[in-house]
Design a protein around this ligand. Sequence first.
Ligand SMILES: *Cc1c(COP(=O)(O)O)cnc(C)c1O
Length: 448
Amino acid sequence: MHEFTEEVESLAGEILAYSLERLKSDPPLDGPRSEADLFREVGNTITARGLGGSDALKVFTEVLAKACISTDHPRYLAFIPSAPSEFANLFDLVVGASALYGGSWQEGAGAVFAENQALQWLIDLAGLPDTAGGVFVQGGTIGNLSALVVARAEARKKFADATRWVIACSEESHSSIASAANVMDVDILKIATRSDRKLHGDDVAREIDALHAAGTSRVFAVVGTAGTTNLGIIDDLNGIAEAAHLRNIWFHVDGAYGLAALCAPSVRAKFNGVEKADSFIVDPHKWLFAPFDACALIYRNPELAREVHTQHATYLDTLHDGSWNPSDYAIHLTRRVRGLPFWFSLAAHGTDAYSKSMEATMTVAAQSAELIKKHPNLELLYEPELSIVAFTRPGWNAGQYQQWSDKLLADQIGFIPPSSDKGQPILRFAIVNPWTKISDIEAILATL
Ligand SMILES: *Cc1c(COP(=O)(O)O)cnc(C)c1O
């Protein structure tokens, strides 16, 4: 180890060739295998003498990689797929080879500078002031938690008599909000959505006032969702912002999936109100064509986050010289410069290319909805607000949905596990990949 030998040189060639091939060709969809099955095939790969680079690579490329579903396959429409641009993926190789440390300005100034410019693009799209700032964290779950911890610290300054804190959000908000509440040991006020499935400001105001009628302000944050994960629905951000701010409460926008479409002119107006957010998140690893894992976490006033999240230790104090240290803005210390592949692709292609690709995915979503409406066996659940198309096959029970989904994967046609809505099984296409064409959708619909 730690010697550049001929073996390293030849392995580099193999790894680069494999990576290039993976980028060039349509990836196979692939699928999971049982642990026993995998063990039978590769055995214990950790040995005293080692397998050697070339053989270890073969274990991965010939067996293990094929037991992982390709999340960028054009007919992987499950959960939220990934769709990294070729440039972003290539630059991830550079990040991997460069031992860049992204926690502090002192060590990572150049990389942090670039990440911050990518964040600034998102800040400008959202309409927050220039003083806003943030950091790329691992994912939306950590992003939401980090923001909510800052929100609670602010509330502690204002509402000193609260004994039990509460996050207000919609019944459709993402599971990571409940996870944050659990970690923070706070309660959740789940507010019903209306027939349009959106959380509305009036309802937020009424429910918070009812909770606070006893005299104690307990709600420290209101979370609006800009694109629910299941149906892609955007809450009434303007109304929620007003309800929160009239009560001196932090307004956080969870846009892990949907806020990517801030750069799409055709839907930009749906996000009006996001400019009033005290914090928001968006995951470039979802719909902004970046590889896993990167969530952009933005604060209106990053100074508040720094007060809460900076870690103090004798060996770290040298870093606190007034420079911008990404570690100070979330729950983390050491960090990969995980925003850099996103920055590279954005810098190289330009922002217009992002708007265009975003619009293209929404066009495929709209066309898919039309095909579903015309399909004799299917019913569209909602007109897609963004790029999630939800529908049902009336007459099928949950088991039949699952069987169809299992067969679709077994036949290597697509990966679309069933979801549910109001207790009823549904299917949904999450279309974030510009490689997904309407012909892919037609191929899937032909099996229904
Ligand atoms: C995906 C998602 C999250 C969680 O993000 P991770 O990156 O998976 O942790 C949070 N909120 C919404 C709305 C999401 O779609």
